[in-house]
Design a protein around this ligand. Structure first.
Ligand code: SAM
Length: 371
């Protein structure tokens, strides 16, 4: 098996699309980090990531969009109003984007409608579905994170858009590690924290996890990236060559539905997320938490630590992938490990150091005192 990409093609929009050429943008520049420059509040944040962070199709801009801000962005109570006041407001207030569970739509065919699936070469045995971000804006203006990402020339806007629309490099490091280390998912309850594309959770699900939860900050990411990816990535053993055959379609639907029963999807800020799941009558903690490129911002460490503390089962483990350092924002593996040590709740073990391009780390976290 191999990776797949899933593109949305819409003729009328296609003509208006211009791939980001990198004039003033960092997204496509091989030399420049691919995130974060927030335009307001003197943050001037720029995280370090190399070109392989950018999806093969990248982010796209629509030549007629101007700065792309929209008054339709009313979903986040803390982040209404226009983009500039929003960024300022978000800097003054804690990011408390309310957690929400996303229910899989009944019509699974609709989720993959207008999406073209392509194969991504690689040994990770996961198919990937990805949608063109311009179409997300056109069709789903609720969060409006695509145009905000364009207008701020950034892949990350703290408290507004946390980067889930693209696949970050460390996700592939973790996927490779799963294969190399023969990580066992069978029977485990798994959380893909800060999931974005959801490839880690999808791999766990395909590996026999009994339950997989996906969490991302942005609901648009869950609806338009994670969910389609999940649906597209459950291959059918009995799928024939003729995909158009009605009974084949039915089989696919029911098989996917079976897999989806063990998946749940959440958007929202981490503390809101853990409060939400812990408020359920019966909540069983996670055996395994997978998380990639989520420690770029030291402002979030406390909440992230609390999330692990509250949601990980006592004998569970966190597999975390990160770049050594995120320039501009200041986070990185050493700072995070220091933070963890100071809290004295978890111990960390370095599983792998990837020393090509930007240095990256895979670490494992377990409770220091499991019982
Ligand atoms: C840089 S993206 C990485 C996405 C994905 N894990 C990958 O490797 O491709 C960081 C992810 O962490 C999540 N995230 C970051 N800070 C968060 C916060 N404070 N609350 C909730 N989610 C957050 C976002 O949802 C975002 O998808």
């Amino acid at each position: 098996m191999a990776f797949q990409f899933n593109f949305s093609i819409e003729e009328d929009l296609e003509n208006k699309l211009t791939p980001l050429g990198g004039e003033n943008l960092t997204l496509d520049s091989p030399k420049e980090p691919s995130f974060s420059k927030s335009q307001k509040g003197n943050r001037d944040k720029k995280l370090s990531a190399d070109l392989s962070d950018v999806l093969p199709y990248g982010l796209w801009e629509c030549s007629s969009q101007g700065n792309g801000t929209s008054s339709e962005d009313t979903e986040d109570p803390l982040c209404a109003a226009d983009c500039s006041s929003e960024l300022e407001a978000c800097e003054k207030q804690p990011f408390l984007k309310v957690a929400k569970e996303h229910v899989m739509p009944k019509d699974l065919n609709q989720i993959l409608e207008n999406k073209v699936i392509e194969m991504l070469p690689g040994p990770q045995h996961v198919n990937i579905a990805v949608v063109k971000t311009i179409l997300l804006k056109e069709k789903f203006p609720g969060e409006n994170i695509v145009s905000k990402s364009f207008s701020s020339h950034s892949d990350l806007i703290p408290g507004v858009y946390e980067g889930g629309l693209k696949i970050w490099e460390c996700t592939f490091d973790l996927l490779t590690y799963f294969t190399k280390a023969k990580v066992k998912f069978s029977g485990q309850k798994v959380l893909d924290l800060g999931c974005g594309s959801g490839l880690l959770g999808i791999t766990a699900s395909k590996g026999g996890a009994r339950e997989v939860h996906f969490q991302d900050y942005n609901s648009l990411v869950i609806d338009e990236v994670t969910l389609p990816n999940v649906v597209a990535n459950f291959p059918l053993q009995d799928e024939g060559t003729d995909e158009n055959e009605p009974d084949r379609k039915r089989q696919r639907k029911s098989k996917v539905a079976q897999e989806l029963c063990k998946c749940r999807f959440f958007s929202g800020e981490w503390s809101e997320f853990y409060k939400r799941v812990l408020s359920e009558k019966v909540f069983v903690k996670y055996d395994l938490i997978l998380t990639s490129e989520t420690i770029y911002n030291p402002d979030y460490y406390s909440t992230l630590h609390e999330t692990f503390l509250r949601l990980l089962s006592r004998n569970g483990r966190v597999l975390l992938a990160s770049k050594a350092h995120y320039f501009g924002v200041g986070g990185g593996i050493h700072l995070f490990q220091k933070f963890i040590e100071e809290r004295d709740v978890f111990e960390t073990k370095t599983l792998e150091i990837i020393d090509e391009g930007l240095k990256r780390f895979l670490i494992e976290m377990t409770f220091k005192y499991p019982s």
